[in-house]
Design a protein. Sequence first.
Length: 741
Amino acid sequence: MDEPQVIEAYADDTVFRNDENGYTVLVVKCEGKRVSAVGIMPAIAAGEKLRITGQWTEHPTYGKQIKVQSVEIEKPTTISGIERYLSSGMIRGIGPATAKVLVKHFGERTLDVLASEPDELLRVPGIGEKRARMMMESYAEQAQQREAMVFLQSYGVTPSLAVKIFKKYGDAVQTVIRKNPYRLVEDIEGVGFKTADKIAATLGIEPDSEYRLSAGIKYTLMDATNGAGHCYLPRDLLINAACRLLGAGREDVERVLDGLILSHAVSAQGVPGEDGEEIIAIYTPQALRAETEVAVRLKELADAMPESMYGDLTMQIDELERYEGIEFHPQQRHAIETAVKSGMCVITGGPGTGKTTIIKCIIKLLSLHGEIMLAAPTGRAAKRMSEACEMEAKTLHRLLEYGGEDGDFARTQDNPLETDAIIIDEMSMVDIFLMRSLLRAVTPGTRLIMVGDADQLPSVGAGNVLKDILESGVAPAVKLTEIFRQDEKSMIVYNAHRINHGEPPKLNAKGSDFFFERAASATDAAKKIVALCATRLPSFLGLDPVKQMQVLSPTKKGECGVWALNQLLQAQFNPPAPHKSERTRGDTTFREGDKVMQTRNNYQLKWRKEGVFGWEEGQGAFNGDIGFVLDIDTQEHTLRVQFDDERIATYEGGDVDDLELAYCISVHKSQGSEFPVVVMPAVGGPPMLLTRNLLYTAVTRARRLVMIVGREAAIDQMIANVNTKKRYSALCWRLKQMMEL
């Protein structure tokens, strides 16, 4: 990337500004030429002198422009500059006519009068006390925001983050940050400990400051929960990790941790360790409450048996077999009987073991005696469940009627789901917080049937819910091991089970649907993946390469990582063209027609969807949702995406930061989805990422064909690597304790 350039320019005209996030398209005069400056910046008026740091780029439609990294604004000092600034409309109560009058009265002192001399303003004809106060307050607001932006950017805070921080703290921003910059970590999404620590060091806050040590400990714990999926960290592990982060002594960290426990900023509880000996588990208060509540509510559901089925269950299953023209294996029959007879149960198994067939049969039996609801964690999983079961399945968020600024659910213990049975698919993806929300909305006596594959990757969020429920024995569980799928000769199914058992897959068998192509290096693998997706596989299979094929990568970085492959695949499938509008955010350029993915839950994003009775409207886009960019409005700076379930969402301002290209996605992000074709590199990488269950998860995403590109040794290494990172969760222990009472 080129080195940033510094230019001096005068603001000429604001073409577009989003006040929510500060994104601005500004025409400036630089060396006698008019050029566009684009990026996050404070409100700027025509005539102001600017010092802009940024990079020159060439836009296919708008020509040469500078992408702004930071901007310094000098107050206009000439009479004409002051008049032009005040005429811009940025100061409430001042238009062009008033600006001319003010400058005529005060000349070069005009801005000083607005800043601090209210009595002087009252001497101007036509300006009363109310208007003078409005003008001065508006001028002060503009000055405060600019001062805050300059203050924050001087500490390396990006302009977009500076806008967020100013919106949170207002004119108190400097006071708050000078007193305790570590507040930013908890208060502002997107601010990490290192950013706050850098500001603190510049402000002269001592490395052993109580503020710093406390913030470092809490950040370490929050990162373990939100980033690594732990519900808690053992006390010693937390102390060691915090010492590394802070560069502090153990005694100081222990002392501050004890203070945090006493003040209830973090929670401590004794739980069994790996060897059975008690350890001290340190939780965030939110994680402890969630884990405890999930345990209590699961036990309540297990104890509350629903009304028994009428009639002879064996006879009803026999009739289903005759009607469907199938014969259930004893394992399948046992799973159906368990689900129908129990208040809560778990059905788990790998690909081809008949989970979908069993769900359909359970639905037919239970629907004779009451209402059933189906749900899954993601939109793709819910859509697949709907198609397979020929019945509506909702995402868990939609089932629980998400909404509100913080993503609160309308369905709770005070407004529970009105149904007799709930079947949840892809349970391995459900984290401890979503599980709590679900259980709050399920009344004891409602059947809860949980279906999933316990050998897949665990949830992205905190906890190990499915495995903990299975291990605890709180609910009857049936593990399906026999392959019943009609295409049981499929090498995808066969190899998935081999991988799961620690055996290498059979590669390139005759008539196979599981292929391997050797690549000499990561660079070679990346080139071959693009060629396979662009020409070879589509012509062989007759499929749309973008809509029906999915590249999965175990890593984000590297030549075969998500980021690099997305750039190559976008260039192949959706290159720039005069008729395609673009929008650039950070290092990513989005074009009309791009395949994209939502990367975090946004409960406020509005969408529309065409239904049978007209347009349906709602809110919310969720982590893992995949869609295509319909259009980009370069004037309004909006971007519309149509997701797989036909929702059309409009992205404005900072909402676009939640989108990534999705020609290639990570294996973790693919959970809950199925694709006709999966292409994946196997070229080596960090052992902590390249595990057996990751390879198993990737392979089981494909319905029709798997293509792995790379080295056989890399596949073997993944299969041998069963040292999946331990997740610290005490849900299983809590459930066992309750069962003993």
